[in-house]
Design a protein around this ligand. Structure first.
Ligand code: AMP
Ligand code: MN
Ligand code: MN
Ligand code: MN
Length: 299
């Protein structure tokens, strides 16, 4: 398979690369096969499945991708606590069977169970009963997340949509918020690197941190073995995309690009509407020769 990737701004015919997406294995609404079908239908040429804290969808996604004739990148999105803040680190081109990665993800998923019980208890304090069972109605047996609580709250009429839930509930200062300790930044990076993968700081524009804190994070991320940053995210504004292109170049980080697709109701930006990486960035896929990517010179 030969894919022509334009690094120029002329994107109209360039095959699409989306390196951040979710399936029903975590908190997306499409099964891995349906997700691949969705991507293929939008002409995505390279898709990474990056479920939260789980790699269980990758086999199914790979089979579907082979049938659809698109390239699947093995991915994961690991929940991390850094200086009392929650961060997400995407791992790309991981080996899903790597034992330390498997064990690490399993321990994060186990932590989610107790956290869900605490979330339900907090909701109950505010008169919302049955949250735990309600959230599990929307979850699979592997992962319980705030998205599942959000779907429960919408279904019972507490909010009109997911976006409203994350304003009125489940966030700091609102009913259903709990604090939680995820993996350490260094651990997550070690699991990814140990499995042969590339650690990518996910959607940096979404972290509510000042400039100094961000610079400290980037320095620690690099020091710990981090290699890339999501410059283009479906959840970034155009300003954020520009800001993180500059950050990537200045810190010598590779640049990634992903929609963070979850579901038709929770799609930030359609996979086929993602902006190109700015030309000064080095794409994280620059040396993925085995995918048959052919990098066309910038026009
Ligand atoms: P958790 O990892 O259980 O804390 O759940 C986090 C997930 O909640 C994210 O991955 C998103 O899918 C979802 N989420 C968080 N904030 C929002 C928001 N403002 N709008 C929609 N979904 C959100
Ligand atoms: Mn999510
Ligand atoms: Mn995330
Ligand atoms: Mn995500």
């Amino acid at each position: 398979m030969i894919l022509t990737i334009s690094t120029s701004k002329n994107t109209s015919l360039a095959p699409l690369i989306d390196l951040h997406s979710h399936s029903t294995v975590s908190d997306g609404s499409l099964t891995p096969s349906e997700l691949v079908g969705h991507a293929a239908g939008l002409n995505v040429a390279v898709l990474a499945l990056t479920d939260h804290d789980d790699v269980a969808g990758l086999d199914e996604a790979r089979r579907a991708a082979e049938e659809a004739g698109i390239a699947l990148v093995n991915g994961v999105e690991i929940s991390v606590t850094w200086n009392n803040r929650t961060l997400h680190v995407v791992g790309l081109r991981i080996a899903p069977s790597f034992p330390a990665l498997q064990q690490g993800l399993e321990s994060i998923r186990a932590g989610r169970v107790g956290r869900a019980e605490r979330i339900a208890a907090e909701l109950a304090k505010h008169g919302i009963q049955g949250g735990l069972e309600g959230a599990y109605e929307f979850a699979n047996e592997r992962i319980i997340s705030r998205t599942h609580f959000a779907r429960f709250l919408v279904s019972r009429g507490y909010a009109k949509d997911l976006r409203t839930v994350f304003k009125k509930f489940l966030v700091k200062g609102k009913p259903g918020h709990v604090s939680h300790r995820w993996a350490e930044l260094g651990e997550a990076i070690d699991w990814i690197r140990g499995s042969g993968g590339i650690p990518v700081l996910a959607h940096p524009g979404r972290y509510d941190m000042g400039r100094t804190t961000l610079e400290n994070l980037l320095a620690e991320f690099k020091e710990a073995g981090g290699l890339a940053i999501e410059v283009i995210s479906g959840s970034h504004s155009p300003d954020m995309n520009r800001q993180f292109a500059e950050v990537a170049v200045r810190h010598g980080l590779l640049a990634s690009r992903g929609s963070d697709y979850h579901s038709p109701e929770q799609a930030y930006l359609s996979m086929d509407r993602l902006p190109e990486l700015p030309p000064q960035c080095t794409p994280v896929w620059h040396d993925w020769h085995d995918l048959g990517l052919h990098l066309a010179p910038a026009a």
